[in-house]
Write a protein that binds this ligand. Structure first.
Ligand code: AVJ
Length: 320
């Protein structure tokens, strides 16, 4: 079953998220123009992200998978079997499904903003794992979220892989993890994937790959904004810029004007000089210590972490 969406369908991204013209306009008109990374994900954007995950330069997905493959038994000992596995931003549910044999959850609760996508994935999964109770929830995790009564209250384990936490600034990440903990009850936990600080050249190429898939992913946001706002961005007038900002410990993505130009949309217009940028995404990187500290600030107790040989990515478990 999928919970009904409550908010009126005004403007929605391909993932079903409410996109307010006013919000996007405020970002585009700010002294440093910026947009939320959620606008990277229309249907083409989601497929481009899937392609990014196959790139040799984009190490997070395969490195995380290698950690689960190598340390799965140890991870399962910490997490325990028979839990209620709550998958935050589940998408196609593939990552969680690959852990079912190890974690043997009693109930699986995938949460994603895109209801249709989720419904399809869960339908298929339920046939493969008929003994696991499944309850798909279409929820926007950006706000306060409360889990409905059908979600088992005992042994809730929240699963947040892929370093999705990196899109939050640290203070936002703490607030988000506090909300997760509030939903976890006393005997719950969190299993999370965290991307680690590493050589800047490795980070730079992971977000600026040789064949330009990440560039296409970033530039595609302009097409999406054209659709959402009725804007007149000319994609060819912009270029992808991505780099590791060591001071802020984050990879930044920007779209940079290649020429002097003006963009108009429903409710606004802005001139961009050549070289001006729109800040489209931050992807924060941590050390194992700095992330353990962040977990502690959110009220969690760190309980096991695993990494790859190069120390590029970490999977961490914490108790509520
Ligand atoms: C989906 C937020 C984890 O930050 O690595 C990939 C998104 N952006 N390449 C990341 C992304 C550019 C990704 N997350």
């Amino acid at each position: 079953t999928v919970a009904p969406e409550r908010a009126p369908a005004t403007h929605r991204t391909a993932h079903g998220e409410r996109a307010t013209i006013a919000d996007i306009t405020a970002g585009l008109l700010a002294p440093q123009a910026a947009t939320s990374p959620k606008y990277l994900y229309d249907s083409l954007g989601s497929r481009l992200f899937e392609a990014i995950c196959e790139l040799p330069e984009y190490y997070p997905t395969r490195t995380e998978a290698s950690i689960f493959a190598r340390h799965g038994a140890d991870i399962a000992r910490r997490v325990g079997t028979g839990s209620t596995l709550i998958d935050l931003g589940a998408g196609n549910c593939a990552k969680a499904a690959s852990l079912f044999p190890l974690l043997q959850p009693k109930q699986y609760v995938p949460i994603d903003i895109s209801r249709e996508f989720l419904n399809e994935a869960v339908g298929r999964l339920q046939q493969r794992f008929p003994h696991i109770a499944m309850m798909a929830l279409a929820l926007d995790l950006a706000g306060h979220f409360a889990l409905p009564a059908g979600v088992e209250a005992q042994r809730r384990v929240f699963f947040y892989p892929g370093s999705s936490i990196g899109n939050f600034a640290p203070h936002e990440a703490i607030a988000f993890l506090r909300r997760v903990r509030e939903n976890a009850s006393h005997d719950g936990g969190l299993l999370i994937g965290v991307d680690l600080i590493k050589d800047a050249a490795v980070l730079d190429s992971a977000y600026d790959d040789a064949i330009g898939v990440t560039a296409a992913f970033n530039l595609n946001m302009l097409r999406h904004l054209n659709y959402l706002l009725g804007a007149d961005f000319d994609v060819r007038q912009w270029q992808h810029v991505a780099f590791f900002n060591a001071e802020e410990s984050r990879v930044e993505m920007h779209l940079e004007a290649r020429t002097s130009l003006t963009v108009q949309w429903q409710g606004g217009e802005r001139h961009f000089a050549r070289g001006d940028r729109i800040h489209t995404e931050d992807s924060y990187k941590y050390t194992r210590e700095s992330f353990a500290d962040l977990l502690a600030q959110a009220g969690f107790t760190a309980d096991g972490n695993w990494t790859d040989d190069a120390g590029w990515f970490a999977v961490m478990h914490a108790r509520a």
